[in-house]
Ligand binder design. Structure first.
Ligand SMILES: [Fe+2]
Ligand SMILES: [Fe+2]
Length: 240
């Protein structure tokens, strides 16, 4: 533990206040830092429920000392390498979201050259992300349409085509001679809504199916697949 890490003892904190107490303890934790927290009871449920509120940004290990107290060492999720392909894809969703928010912010503040550069990187990131979802996962794991004929894989492919078309169109709009904040911001607003709904739909309808299928594969095959996927997504940035 370095001197910048956090430590606190919550053994005397009532169960009803635990989640809030942990939140205050970890809210200023920076990348690379950890928080070590001691609890009177098993904190797993408290940590899972806090993590849901924090968009799955936390990882932790729980242990028990000789006196029977529970200790959790908490990290930020990005400090820990992705555990599996779906974890890597969810992190990539957040990374793409953050890039797109930056494009919106820079466009709103009239910094169009910087916005254009990030938009280009966003489109590049989308292509890699879609390559994993189409060429590896959708090809290997077939889904069946429900009673209404809805097939989550077909819906995903259609939405990706739409997202890519809109993104390329926005990228080109930055190159027009009369490009301005006012001409591009409305296009970004439309794509922002569509894109975040798509990611939510994908994570709730398709990711559980993919997780179920991958869980049946042998450990070595899953590990090899993760290496391959991180190679495509540029996994270097996830290294600790
Ligand atoms: Fe995705
Ligand atoms: Fe997607």
């Amino acid at each position: 533990m370095s001197e910048n890490d956090f430590f606190c003892d919550l053994t005397a904190t009532p169960a009803s206040h635990l989640q809030t107490a942990v939140f205050y303890e970890i809210k200023d934790m920076l990348r690379g830092q950890t928080a070590t927290i001691v609890f009177a009871e098993d904190p797993a449920i408290t940590l899972h429920s806090l993590n849901l509120q924090l968009r799955n940004n936390l990882r932790w290990e729980i242990s028990r000392d000789a006196a029977g107290r529970w200790q959790a060492v908490i990290h930020r999720a990005e400090d820990v390498p992705p555990t599996d392909v779906l974890d890597a894809l969810k992190r990539d969703h957040k990374r793409l979201d953050a890039m797109f928010s930056q494009v919106i912010h820079l466009t709103d503040s009239k910094q169009l050259t910087a916005a254009h550069a990030i938009m280009r990187a966003f489109v590049e990131g989308l292509r890699k992300h879609f390559a994993v979802e189409h060429d590896i996962l959708a090809r290997a794991i077939r889904t069946v349409p429900d009673a209404f004929g809805f097939d989550p894989t077909a819906a995903m492919l259609q939405e990706h085509a739409e997202i890519l078309n809109q993104s390329v169109m926005i990228e080109l709009s930055f190159e027009e001679t009369d490009a301005s904040s006012a001409s591009i911001a409305p296009l970004l607003a439309i794509l922002a809504g569509y894109f975040s709904k798509h990611e939510q739909r994908e994570e709730t309808s398709l990711f559980p199916v993919w997780t179920g299928a991958l869980n049946k594969a042998p450990d070595e095959a899953r590990a090899a697949l993760l290496v391959r996927v991180l190679g495509i997504l540029d996994g270097v940035r996830y290294a600790t």
